[in-house]
Design a protein around this ligand. Structure first.
Ligand SMILES: Nc1nc2c(ncn2[C@@H]2O[C@H](COP(=O)(O)OP(=O)(O)OP(=O)(O)O)[C@@H](O)[C@H]2O)c(=O)[nH]1
Ligand SMILES: [Mg+2]
Ligand SMILES: [Zn+2]
Length: 297
């Protein structure tokens, strides 16, 4: 068997790179039986087929084994990630803070390093997005404001990517594929016009793809998404995924304080003094209640 990495999946085929060759693979039926979906970024063992496939473009092979994952995401569906760049645009589509918070939670849970990118600053006014920058910087995230189109501040982003595996995620039309084309010369990922009527993207990218960078490292372009479920999260763990709460852990009056209703809560005190920001705390309460409702069901 040969070890490789899944770099793309289209219509039931997985494209696996091993020893600088790309193999077109089917996955063994046992994966479906065990409810395991191979993910882009998975390290796999394959057996090589003998016959050529119809197009003669790729050699064929079969995925026999998926090696242990370091981490994985459901949306976008990727595995073995070091960092995630969550991309929004400062013009259209508009920044969607609920989606941003949900995405940050899933990233924190999987121990992936997150960065926030606000793209299209060539087209926007600083006063319209400086609140977002301030809020999330105070929370403890690095926020990069840039323009893929005019190549503003691209070097700041590029410096983060070397020798790492980084997934680009965010709504359709924010410029994920445009950014990657700007970062890697010679790359020509398809990009889409905005729909002017509804001011949204048109879901141009349809597959997740793992792309090598010439400076070292990999990036993953992914399709845009409009919603994100908080799946597989216990409400009692939610507080660990709000990074600004961490310094108060153990300082509340009650052990295991949920920071929702308990007296003597250090997080709520920090909220009073503005050290914890109200919109983020409100997000926390909203998701906490949602997760509680799911459990009751
Ligand atoms: N003004 C401006 N427009 C940009 C910028 N970056 C991307 N765009 C435009 O935004 C539109 C969408 O860009 P894409 O790169 O296709 O967006 P995407 O995030 O990959 O979208 P999906 O593949 O649908 O998820 C295109 O018309 C781009 O030209 C930018 O920095 N400034
Ligand atoms: Mg795209
Ligand atoms: Zn508390």
């Amino acid at each position: 068997m040969v070890q490789g990495t899944i770099i793309k999946g289209i219509a039931g085929f997985y494209y696996v790179e091993a020893d600088q060759t790309i193999y077109e693979c089917k996955a063994r039926g046992k994966f479906r039986k065990d409810n395991i979906v191979p993910l882009i970024g998975d390290n796999v063992l394959i057996t090589l087929g003998t016959e050529e496939n119809s197009g003669d473009k790729y050699q064929v092979a079969v995925i026999e084994e998926i090696l242990d994952r370091k981490n994985s995401l459901i949306r976008p569906p990727v595995a073995n990630i070091d960092q995630a760049i969550v991309v929004f645009s400062v013009t259209y589509p508009e920044i969607h803070l609920d989606l941003l918070d949900r995405f940050l939670i899933t990233i924190e849970k999987e121990n992936i390093t997150p960065y926030i990118v606000l793209n299209k600053i060539d087209d926007g006014k600083e006063e319209d997005y400086h609140n977002v920058v301030e809020t999330y910087t105070q929370v403890g995230y690095e926020v990069l404001c840039l323009s893929a189109k005019k190549a503003i501040n691209i070097e700041l982003l590029k410096a983060k990517l070397k020798d790492r595996t980084t997934v680009f995620a965010g709504p359709s039309g924010v410029g994920k594929s445009t950014l990657l084309n700007t970062i890697e010369k010679g790359l020509s990922l398809e990009t889409g016009e905005m729909s002017h009527k509804i001011k949204r993207g048109k879901h141009t990218t349809r597959h997740v793809e793992l792309i090598p960078l010439s400076m070292g490292g990999f990036v993953l372009d992914t399709p845009g998404f409009t919603s994100l479920q908080l799946e597989g999260i216990d409400k009692d763990d939610l507080r660990y995924y709000f990074r600004e709460f961490k310094i108060y852990e153990g300082l509340c009056k009650f052990n295991g304080c949920s920071h929702t209703h308990e007296p003597g809560c250090a997080v709520k005190q920090a909220l009073e003094t503005g050290k914890v920001l109200k919109p983020r705390y409100d997000s926390y309460i909203t998701y906490y209640n949602q997760l509680q409702d799911i459990r009751r069901w």
